[in-house]
Design a protein. Structure first.
Length: 144
């Protein structure tokens, strides 16, 4: 059970910190300077976690990179877009409660299409109703 729920708790708690930090980043701060500090700290923390994780394995640290492919670079580009995008969302005046909600509902509906088209996932009638409710929710949220 913990193997299933702990990752979600980590995602939720990290997202709370992420959005509060993005929302409260000073307006006068250059967003790319702020992101560079973010990535330097994230890179350092990730390197330390790799070393700790590798200590318990019988494979040398450099061997851990053998199966890394283009998806790591693509994820890096996506992360920059995501984080710069959220900084701009909040600087544009979105409330922390609504900016993330609108983005995540839009993302969830989009990922249903991606899942069906590219990963062979099935779209049930319940899923379709859920998507329509999400779209209706977006309409109501944006009407104020």
């Amino acid at each position: 059970m913990l193997k299933y729920t702990l990752p979600i708790l980590l995602v939720v708690s990290s997202n709370i910190i992420y959005h509060v930090s993005s929302k409260t980043t000073p307006r006068g701060a250059n967003p790319f300077a702020s992101l560079l500090v973010t990535y330097l700290l994230a890179g350092t923390l990730t390197a330390l976690l790799l070393l700790v994780d590798s200590a318990g394995r019988q494979v040398p640290v450099l061997e851990q990179f053998r199966n890394v492919n283009h998806t790591a670079a693509l994820l890096g580009v996506a992360i920059v877009g995501l984080e710069f995008g959220y900084l701009m969302v909040y600087r544009a005046g979105w409330n922390i409660s609504l900016g993330s909600l609108v983005a995540n509902i839009s993302l969830a509906a989009s990922l249903v299409v991606v899942g069906v088209l590219f990963f062979g996932e099935k779209l049930t009638s319940n899923h379709a109703v859920g998507i329509l409710l999400c779209i209706a929710g977006l309409v109501f949220i944006n009407r104020g």
